[in-house]
Ligand binder design. Sequence first.
Ligand code: ADP
Ligand code: MG
Length: 571
Amino acid sequence: MYITAIVLVIVNALMQLINPTISQLIVDKVLAPVDGNSRIDLLVPLVLLLIGFTLLRTSIGYLQLMSFEKSCTGFLANVRSYLYRNMQRQDMGFYDKNRTGDLMTRLTGDLDAVSHAVNWDVRITVEGIVLFTSVLIYFISIDPLLTLILCVILPFIFLCSFTYSRKVRPYYRGLREKLAVMNSRAQENIAGNRVVKAFAREDYEIGRFDTCNSDFSAANLKVNKYWLTFYPFIEFSAQALSIVVLLVGGIFVMKGRITLGQLLAFSSLTGLFARPVRLLGNILNDMQRFGASIEKVIELYYSRPMVVSRVDSTKKDCKVEGRITFDQVSLKLGGKEILHDITVDIKPGETIAIMGNTGSGKTMFVNLIPRLYDIASGSLCIDGVPIKEWDLPTLRRGIGMATQDVFLFSDTVDGNIAYGNSDMSEEDVKHYAEISAADFVERLDEGFNTLIGERGVGLSGGQKQRLALARALAIRPSILILDDTTSAVDMETEHFIQNSLNNLDFVCTKLIVAQRISTTKRADRIIVLKDGRITEIGTHEELMKKGGFYTDICVLQEAMGAEEENEGGED
Ligand SMILES: Nc1ncnc2c1ncn2[C@@H]1O[C@H](COP(=O)(O)OP(=O)(O)O)[C@@H](O)[C@H]1O
Ligand SMILES: [Mg+2]
C-alpha cells in the first residue's frame, strides 16, 4: 500500500503540469492568438478538459492521502508492537540501565517523529523531486534561456538549506534528550508522590520540573530560532523566482521570444517549481528530528537481552523439582563483584532462611535462582542441570517469588493473585489468600473484586506483602522465594504465615530472606551473608553454638523480644 501511495504521489505530481498546459492553450489559441485568428470553438472543450483533469487529480490526491495514512498508521502500530514485545524480553540489566521516562519517550514521541518522516517527509520529497524535474524539463522545452536565469537563484537556496541542516543537527539530539529527561522526571514524581508529600517537597519538585520544562522549551526555541534565521533567505529567494519570471518573461513576450500563454504557464508553474526548494529546509529540519529519534528507536528495536534461553536448552516443558546447587558462584554487576564464592546445596522441600545486613547481597543471591542475572563464575544448577540449560519460562514458572519492594498491578485483588495463572478458579484464589493471611480482603468493599493499585484503594505495606505472597503461592511453585516478605506484618500474622508455609499441600523448596529470629529459627538451615559471602551456614542450634553474627542478632532480638511483641504492629 505504501508503494501504491508513492506511485500515486508521482502520478499526482505529474498531473500538476497538465492544467497550466491547457491554460496556455486557452490563452494562445483563444484569448490572445499569436496569429490573430481566434479559435473560439476550442474554448468549451478546453475548459471541460480543465475541469475533468482537476477532478481526476483531486481523486488521485484523495486516494494517495488515504493509502499513505493507512499504510503509515499500520506500519507505526506494527513497529510499536514489536518494540513493546522486544522490551518485554529484555533482562534485568536493561531495566537497571534505562530510565522509565526514556523508554516511554521511545514508544511515543520518538515513534511519532519516525512516523511523521515516513508519512509527510517521504511524500513531500518524492513529490518535490518529480515536480522539480518535470517542471524543469517543461521550462526548458518552452525557453531554455528563461529557465537558466531562474536556475541562477537556486544554488543560493540549496546552500541556505544545507548549512542550516548541518548546524542544527546537534541541537535536535539535545532536544530529544531533554524531552526524555522531562518525561522521566514527571514519571518519577508521580511514582514517588508519597515521598514528595511526606517531605513536603512539592515546591521543590515543581521547581525541578520547571527547570526541565524550560530547558526543553529553550532548546525547542533555539532550534526554531535557528530555522528563523535561515527562513527569510529561503523565502525571499523563492519569491524572487516569481519576480524574475514576470520581469524577464515580460520582456521576452514583448520581444516576441515567447507567447503570452507560455508566460502564463511559466508563471503558474513557478510556484510549483519553488515549492520543493522552499520545503527543503523543512524536510532537512524534520530529518534531524527523525535522526535523533530513529537512533533511539533502533537501539530498542535491536536491543537483545543477555539472559536468554539457549536454543538447545534441554529442560523444556518439564517441572522444576526444587534442588538448587551453588558451587563457588560469583556475580558481577557493572564491573563490581557483588557475590563471591557462594557454595551451598539446597535439597527439594528444604526451608532456608537468609540473613545478613542490608547490602550484604541477600536479594542478589535469591535473584540468581530465577536467572534474573547471570552468574560470572562457578556453577549454579537447578535439579542438577546448569541453569543456562533451562528454558527460561519453564524455569521461572516453577519459581514463586515475592520481591522486596512489592509491586501490584492496577487490577482487582483477584486479578493480582491469579497473575501467574489467569485460569485460576475463584476457590483457589481464596484458598491462597487464606494461607497468606490476606483475610483483610473479605473486609474490602468489593472483596476480591476491589480494584487496587493506581486506580483503586490503597493498601498498607503489610497487606500488599500478603497479596504478593498469595500471588507467589498461587502458581504452586517448586521453589518459593520470599525476600523480606513478612517484614511489614505483625508477629502474630507472621506466625500464621509460617505455619501455612510449613503445611503446604505441595513440595516446595523455600528461601526466606528474613530479619526476625522467630522466622529463621524454624528453617532447616540458615545462611548468613556478609559483603556477598556466606559467613555462617547451619541450623539454629549450630549457629547459636558458633557464636557469630547470628548469635549476636539472636541475643539482641531476645533482649528486645518482650517489647517488640507488644508494639510490633502492622505498618
Ligand atoms: N542493579 C544493581 N547493579 C549494581 N549493583 C547492585 C544492583 N543492585 C544491588 N547492587 C549492589 O549489590 C549489593 C547487594 O545488594 P542486595 O542484594 O540488594 O542487598 P540486600 O542484602 O540488602 O538485599 C549492594 O552493595 C548493592 O549496592
Ligand atoms: Mg534486599
